[in-house]
Design a protein around this ligand. Structure first.
Ligand code: FAD
Length: 321
């Protein structure tokens, strides 16, 4: 047995969720007393590869093929599966990011592997059984799933495993691949970011607003709170439906599922469809003027009060801190 981790980057920089996935993959390799290889695809610089080297890989494969500069689902899946075969890896780990969710089933098909997406804990390996805890039903529940296949693909939920630095000096090798034309049917040419703000799925802190904020003009205070905390902003579905906030911020069953260390819900009632997207959050703080609001049933800390009084006080307190 050995383990392969796909080290995802964004614009040539490894993401925090990548370092979590490498640490997680290292722990799986240690469970089996085996080696860990990381594979990076897409023209990542030497400094970044050296940063990746801190998190426990025994070897790093670097793919810098010009055709793979931008993410291409099918082609990346082929390269990762090829690397897994070459390294004899029977466990492939990736981050349960937008690209990871696209890659995992494709790699699974290529390796005839069982696939777990949304993993939140290390696998348990007892008596030949390999089970993994994962989120289920859009985050409303947790499931434990047994993988009986020889090969396994696991996509790790961001913010669910701690980053651990390991003193190793992995070899960094170029991994050359022949990209098949059939894998390049859809080519991403360019991405223009609409915002420089913290990305919602990766955010450690999320400040989220609901209909209790009355209108888009009142979001300035949430933006300020988020900026002070280094947080991403989010919202409930009616808020994005009304056009107060972009749909990319809509959290819940029909939106994005987040798993930050801290989720601050302001003027959000806590409908089951909203909770579906936030239940993996480590700590939930609710600010709502209705003491009976369902959000308080899931909140770790609750403030019963008017958001227009509480949030400015919070901002002042953080500034003074
Ligand atoms: P409301 O329910 O109107 O709650 C507003 C809250 O603000 C209230 O609790 C109120 O007490 C509080 N409030 C008011 N004024 C203040 C103030 N001044 N200070 C503090 N608090 C105040 N919703 C989602 O969010 N995400 C989803 O993915 C989603 N998917 C859905 C899918 C389906 C199929 C369906 C049917 C619904 C879905 N919904 C989803 C909608 C969901 O059912 C709720 O309607 C929605 O989450 C409510 O949004 P809200 O909490 O912002 O608004």
């Amino acid at each position: 047995m050995s383990v392969l981790i796909y080290a995802e980057n964004a614009d040539g920089k490894f993401k925090k969720s990548t370092f979590e996935a490498v640490s997680y993959a290292r722990a799986i390799a240690d469970q089996g007393n085996t080696s860990l290889t990381a594979i990076s695809i897409g023209n990542v610089g030497a400094d970044e590869l050296n940063t990746l080297a801190k998190y426990g890989a025994d070897k790093i494969l670097n793919v810098s093929n010009a055709q793979l500069k931008n993410f291409v689902n099918q082609a990346y899946a082929s390269v990762i599966a090829e690397a897994a075969k070459k390294e004899g890896a029977d466990v492939v780990v990736l981050s349960n990011s937008f690209s990871g969710r696209g890659l995992a089933p494709r790699i699974g098909v290529k390796l005839d592997a069982g696939v777990i997406d949304g993993a939140v804990a290390l696998p348990e390996q007892n008596g030949g059984k390999f089970t993994v805890k994962k989120t289920a039903f859009s985050g409303k529940a947790f499931a434990t799933v047994e993988l009986s296949s020889a090969n396994k693909v696991i996509a790790l939920t961001p913010n669910s495993y701690k980053i651990v630095e390991v003193a190793k000096a992995p070899k960094i090798e170029d991994f050359s691949v022949d990209v098949k034309e059939s894998d390049l049917k859809t080519i991403l040419k360019d991405i223009v970011r609409s915002t420089d703000k913290v990305s919602l799925p990766d955010a450690e802190i999320v400040v989220s607003g609901g209909r209790g904020l009355k209108g888009p003009e009142n979001w300035a205070m949430l933006e300020e709170l988020a900026s002070l905390l280094g947080a991403a902003t989010a919202c409930s579905k009616p808020v994005s439906d009304a056009g107060w906030r972009p749909h990319s911020e809509h959290v819940g069953q029909t939106g994005i599922a987040v798993s930050p260390n801290l989720y601050i819900a302001v003027g959000i009632s806590g409908a089951i469809q909203h909770l579906a997207g936030i239940s993996s959050s480590k700590v939930i703080v609710a600010i709502n003027k209705d003491a009976e609001a369902p959000i308080f049933k899931v909140a770790d800390y609750g403030i019963v009060g008017d958001a227009f009084e509480v949030v400015p006080k919070l901002i002042t307190a953080i500034k003074e801190y």
